[in-house]
Ligand binder design. Sequence first.
Ligand code: SAM
Length: 277
Amino acid sequence: MIGMDKISDKDFVRFCDFIYQRCGITLNDNKRDLVHSRLAKRLRALGLSSYEDYFDILYNGRDNEQEIVNLLDAISTNVTYFFREDKHFDFLVNTVIPGIEKNNPGGSDRKIRIWSAGCSTGEEPYSLAITFAENMALENWDFRILATDISTNVLSHARKGVYDEERLRNVSDTMLRKYFTRSRDGSRFRVHEKLVSKIKFARLNLMHEFPFKSRFDCIFCRNVMIYFDRSTQGQLVNKFSSFLNPGGYLMIGHSESLTNVEHDLVYVQPSLYRKKG
Ligand SMILES: C[S@@+](CC[C@H](N)C(=O)[O-])C[C@H]1O[C@@H](n2cnc3c(N)ncnc32)[C@H](O)[C@@H]1O
């Protein structure tokens, strides 16, 4: 295994095609070193000595879905933290929530549906739940968050809702006390059940059909499309648009943009778009 041969042109192309077809992730020649080192890591973990054996597992293996997830986790980043890119949370507090309340005085059984698409280990959907809980009387609303990711590894972490202090650096002490329980040694924090119960975690590959019956008020797809080429981004944004309520919002990552992507959403501010209506 030591000194694993560099991946051949043929295997590299075959491999990139496979990842693109399965997950929409575009890898090009300047990712070759990264691909080589991450593949070598997976080969080591599985005790394999050739790319052919590994591809055989990926393409034909009984447990290939799990290995595709392991590989994706090795190639892409799952990095996230609470209240990342805080302008989106300010926008929820100052615009989205007042808008929902104004249009639905009293709340009654009005549905509020939020989707965190590419939620990774869960910090984003929990931050969303805290923001709504802090700014609305949620008991008066039918409020739910759907949080999805392609990776079963990150989803199992998300479902546990336990985090190191480092991921919580943007959470105030007051909110820590209100929504988390500290572990005995003080190093970890568990999200309270009242927030967990608002979130449904599910596996979903964004390249597949969306299996939803109803639409969303907000879709957060932040720091996910960065891996996709323009045409894949275009298809995805149009799918998102068709699952937004009129007047609903799409939030993307601050370093992402929809320039040169055809879509029917209205630009509101950097990384934020609204569905007409
Ligand atoms: C960097 S994390 C983003 C987490 C969070 N949205 C944020 O902004 O902090 C990117 C996530 O996108 C997920 N992802 C990548 N390709 C995907 C696909 N085709 N379908 C669903 N999720 C995907 C990865 O598994 C990863 O957890």
